[in-house]
Design a protein around this ligand. Structure first.
Ligand SMILES: [Zn+2]
Length: 617
């Protein structure tokens, strides 16, 4: 009997949790690092041990590490890419080519062993290729022990020393980091400018640095009392420069670890929703007033975010002045700090939202940057709008916070610069196409889905996506399957058109005629991309009726969203058919106007042909 119960429980467990995602095993990397920083030479030495578990079904005889700092050397791939692209990032330009020996960045591996045996390794730019002494078999854990030394580059992009606001150390992409191995194989992408992908694990990091410095980092500080400061105030400069303090942080279940340090930091801590927020910034006339108000915005936003996008799973979040704009890391962000209040809140909310899409869901940002930046952009626009509703930010809240993104993307599609979202993030022809694609089109992707599925189902789907795929590196198909299951609609066509092509949406009211005393409306699909459409009929007496026309290949339609009193679902529109006849039970003379997409949500590239009678230009 007992055995039977165990078998039964076992089979329930497997059917609930494991069956759906048998290819989504995750490698695991438990890091321990000890770092010794010299603030006079800007160099540090480090020891690193990683307990690496191969949960894949494959035998691994090689492994790879990222050595991001090596990008900041003249002649590096990042340098060449920046010099050759037609629209370089102004922060990079040709600056890397001009770095001197003491200004470059480097990470040099001094020794590397697996289970006590030496590995053969070669540095190829920003990637360390490692030939293992014995293969790692499926299901086995090995201990990788490394010693390394590094020089922090002058800050060019994201990481580095002495940023333009005078923060001494923005320590991101700073340690030799294991590349991810997943169901698509190794992801040993050279660092040329775009973003990151990593292996989940726990980080236990000890940083020894000049006693004058305050440190903020991914994770929770373990020894606040022991280092003698209660971690609320900066220490004076009585001790000699050589004297160091060791900061011990632990971050659990993250795929990256970042930190920042400065002798002039002011440090504030506040709680919200059980999360401790840390704010570290240099207090001056450009920062003080806005940074002191920042927590009110974060504390107002977090419950809204948890409710609409899923629960924040970590105990802390650090907002650190540093870097070169805003960049997301595990449990922290580095942002430039001398900003207006609106801009400071905007960047903080955007980077916090990355905790959902980059840190917890962890989509591969080289392959699907739009699933990170685009989803983050969509979510931040909702959160910023909520903060306007709550009066935390000035200005009117909007009925549709995505309206501007949809219109600006519709305009951009006519520029001839667009490349499909399926492009690898490093391989877009221009930075403009990467940005407009990943951020704007990625956010419009969600907005269009919200329109196709209806608001309620969309919100349910976003939370379900987060809960079912967290810590599993979902891909575009995984996402769209969640939305299909939540809405009961077929949505593969939408993903394929929107991600793999640059086809655009354009629908028109072609003509309206009277047939046997009733209006017959001919609609036309002008653009290559099919979409379900809403058509509003405004009658002479001012009454309105909304007709929803689903695509036949959706195999269903969204529920009534309740925007208009009268709502009718019309017959399906097969995507092969250019024209569609909408027959309605009203004489033509009683119709005052007809509008395709009256809620202005559809990414229709030409609105002029959406209305009847046509407006005079
Ligand atoms: Zn972002």
């Amino acid at each position: 009997m007992e055995k039977f119960i165990i078998i039964l429980l076992g089979s329930i467990f497997f059917s609930e949790f494991a069956f759906a995602q048998t290819d989504r095993w995750q490698q695991r990397a438990e890091y321990e690092m000890e770092i010794d920083m010299d603030v006079e030479t800007n160099q540090f030495t480090g020891t690193q041990t990683i307990n690496y578990t191969n949960n894949s079904p494959d035998t691994l005889d090689m492994i790879f590490y990222h050595l991001f700092y090596n990008a900041f050397q003249p002649g590096s791939m990042m340098d060449e890419k920046s010099k050759n692209i037609s629209d370089p990032d102004k922060r990079v330009g040709d600056r890397i080519s001009k770095l001197s020996e003491s200004e470059i960045g480097y990470q040099r591996v001094k020794s590397l062993q697996m289970n006590g045996k030496d590995c053969k390794y070669y540095t190829e730019g920003t990637i360390l290729e490692v030939k293992l002494p014995t293969p790692i078999m499926p299901g086995k854990t090995v201990k990788l022990a490394m010693t390394f030394e590094a020089q922090v580059p002058i800050q060019i992009r994201r990481t580095g020393r002495d940023n333009k606001e005078g923060i001494r150390y923005s320590m991101t992409q700073w340690f030799p980091k294991l590349c991810e191995y997943d169901y698509q194989g190794w992801h040993a992408h050279p660092y040329v400018g775009r973003e990151f992908y990593g292996v989940w694990g726990d980080f236990d990091v000890k940083i020894s640095i000049d006693k004058k410095y305050l440190v903020g980092a991914s994770g929770e500080l373990q020894n606040a009392k022991k280092i003698g400061m209660g971690y609320t105030d900066k220490q004076g400069g009585k001790m000699s420069l050589k004297k160091k303090r060791t900061w011990h942080f632990i971050a659990e279940n993250v795929h990256d670890f970042a930190w920042a340090a400065d002798p002039e930091y002011t440090h504030l801590t506040e709680e919200a929703e059980g999360v401790t927020f840390h704010y570290m910034f240099q207090k001056n006339q450009n920062t003080e007033e806005n940074w002191m108000k920042l927590h009110h915005a974060m504390a107002t936003a977090l419950p809204f975010i948890n409710e609409n996008f899923g629960e924040y799973p970590y105990p802390v979040y650090y907002i650190l002045q540093g870097g070169d704009g805003g960049m997301e890391y595990a449990m922290c962000t580095l942002i430039t700090g001398e900003r207006s209040f609106e801009s400071l809140v905007g960047v903080s909310i955007h980077e916090l939202m990355h905790s959902w899409y980059q840190m917890v869901l962890g989509t591969n940002e080289a392959l699907y940057p739009w699933m990170d930046e685009g989803f983050t952009t969509y979510a931040s626009s909702q959160v910023m709008n909520y903060l306007r509703q709550q009066g935390v930010l000035e200005g009117e809240a909007s009925r549709d916070p995505m309206y501007n993104n949809v219109r600006s993307f519709a305009g951009y599609t006519q520029s001839g610069m667009e490349e499909p979202l399926s492009t690898h993030s490093d391989h877009y022809t221009t930075n403009t196409a990467y940005g407009a694609g990943s951020y704007t089109k990625g956010s419009v992707f969600l907005q269009q889905l919200e329109y196709i599925m209806g608001k309620k189902n969309f919100k349910k789907g976003m939370i379900r996506y987060y809960n079912e795929w967290k810590f599993k590196h979902p891909n575009p198909n995984d996402f769209i399957r969640i939305m299909e299951k939540t809405s009961g609609l077929e949505l593969d066509w939408f993903k394929e058109y929107f991600i793999n092509t640059t086809h655009t949406v354009d629908y028109a009211v072609e003509k309206v005629e009277d047939v046997d005393g009733k209006a017959s409306i001919t609609l036309k699909k002008v653009g290559m991309m099919p979409m379900p459409i809403d058509v509003l009929i405004v009658k002479e007496n001012g009454k309105e009726e909304l007709y929803h026309i689903p695509l036949r290949m959706m195999r269903g339609e969204k529920p009534n969203e309740g925007f208009y009193d009268a709502y009718k679902v019309s017959k399906d529109w097969p995507w092969t058919h250019t024209n569609y006849t909408l027959d309605i039970d009203i004489p033509m003379a009683k119709i005052k106007g007809i509008v395709i997409d009256p809620t202005s949500r559809l990414v229709d590239v030409n609105y002029e042909n959406n209305v009847f009678p046509r407006l005079e230009p």
